[in-house]
Design a protein around this ligand. Structure first.
Ligand code: FAD
Length: 389
């Protein structure tokens, strides 16, 4: 008879892959099922942001997983927010007094590959191109479908759902017991654009590859909307335009045509537009991403299944803490599961993490207002001058 694996992780995104690594390091048997193909072979097709800000909370989990150094080797340090208030003015607001308090900009694809490699090296087994499509909780079996839709059933151990905001495991759990799900969509969406790297001539310094200050998270606040840009290690920046989806003023609905969007950028982001050489192509090709806050009353189903990361608490990205928060989840859950029976571990996990997730969800929504207008608000600047944040 086939041995039943101890832990079955659904989703090999950032949180699922880190969790698999942490559990496998403790000698626990881990199987991971991921809907997408292997990003190490077929290229990364993750639909969310191209790069992300890694903060101390996430870094702590990576340190425990023995991966902080390899992650930081691929990252660009960001010392603070560089505010582009208009008329070509830019001012750096540091995150802390020195370089001990910084954020790190990382490629999502590179980080995901690193985590999968590390989890595999620790003994976790990955199955790519296998989407969870159904669960039979009483028989402890799950139904998986490959890229062609061909389904199969496998026996599974305890289920750990790291399959993101649209979690299939969450949907299956909700069929068995009400989870108290509440989804609050944001009326603003986002679109990503690219600032190309420069090509310094012979003898040119490394920093000259960047068209803007590399060690900053750039923000162009414009009241009802904004652009931000995070540096990439190759000298490029990923720009994210956050804009209302619809409405009377500037919105994605009104700026569906790339030529109209370019004219809007020329008027509102005149210093940024010349840095985006493929503006019209990027704008036409990249979809408008939707954002929402997900709150759940119940994160687990007795001793059988638990949700973590975006599957349990998706938040809007304005504090750059979604992944960081998910990494904290993975760290705590792996600690609890190493010593405690699943039902107790899951209940304790929710007890400790839910207040944290609720708090960051609230702060992320508040921070959108601060980023798009508060960062140039005179009250904000006065508070900063007094050392208050
Ligand atoms: P996901 O990254 O969504 O991964 C889920 C995985 O599950 C995917 O690989 C998916 O293919 C797989 N999957 C889905 N369905 C199934 C299925 N049925 N069967 C099997 N597998 C499945 N966070 C930060 O900390 N810092 C930032 O700077 C930051 N910036 C962001 C910018 C934007 C624009 C957005 C949208 C988000 C940002 N976030 C940031 C949040 C961050 O992206 C998420 O919190 C993080 O990706 C959550 O990781 P996860 O592994 O829980 O979910």
């Amino acid at each position: 008879m086939k041995r039943r694996p101890a832990f079955t992780v659904i989703g090999a995104g950032l949180v699922g892959a880190l969790l698999a690594r942490l559990l496998a390091l403790r000698g626990l048997a881990v199987e991971v099922f991921e809907k997408r193909p292997d990003p190490r072979l077929d290229g990364f097709t993750g639909g969310r942001s191209i790069n992300l800000a890694l903060a101390e909370r996430g870094l702590k989990a990576l340190r425990t997983a023995g991966l902080a150094e390899s992650a930081l080797a691929q990252a660009v340090m960001m010392r603070g927010r560089m505010i582009h208030a208009g008329a070509g003015n830019a001012e750096l607001h540091r995150y802390g007094v020195d370089d001990r308090e910084v954020l790190w900009s990382l490629s999502r694809a590179a980080l995901n590959r690193l985590l999968i490699d590390a989890a595999e090296a620790a003994g976790a087994r990955f199955h790519f191109g296998q989407a969870l499509v159904g669960v039979d909780f009483s028989r402890r079996r799950l139904r998986l479908a490959d890229g062609r839709g061909i389904a199969r059933e496998v026996e599974a151990g305890v289920w750990l759902g790291a399959d993101g905001a649209g979690s299939a495991l969450r949907a299956a759990m909700a069929e068995v017991t009400p989870l108290g799900e509440h989804i609050e969509p944001l009326d603003h969406g986002y679109k990503e654009l690219t600032i190309a790297p420069r090509h310094p001539g012979p003898g040119g310094r490394d920093g000259e590859r960047f068209a803007l200050e590399p060690h900053a998270l750039h923000i162009w606040p414009r009241g009802g909307y904004m652009c931000i840009a995070l540096p990439n290690a190759d000298g490029s920046f990923t720009v994210t335009l956050f804009l209302p989806l619809t409405g009377e003023g500037a919105s994605f609905a009104r700026l569906a045509d790339p030529a109209a969007a370019e004219a809007f950028f020329a008027a509102d982001f005149p210093d940024l537009l010349p840095l985006i050489p493929r503006f019209a192509t990027d704008y036409a090709a990249h979809p408008v991403g939707r954002l929402a806050t997900l709150r759940l009353a119940h994160w687990h189903l007795d001793d059988r299944a638990v949700l973590l990361g975006d599957a349990a608490h998706a938040i809007v990205p304005f504090h750059g803490q979604g992944m960081n928060c998910g990494f904290e989840d993975a760290l705590l859950l792996s600690d609890l599961l190493a010593d405690t029976a699943p039902a107790t571990a899951f209940a304790e996990f929710q007890r400790l993490r839910q207040p944290q997730a609720d708090a960051i969800a609230r702060m992320a929504l508040e921070n959108y207002r601060e980023m798009r207008d508060g960062v140039v608000d005179p009250h904000y600047l006065a508070r900063r001058a007094l050392g208050l944040r």
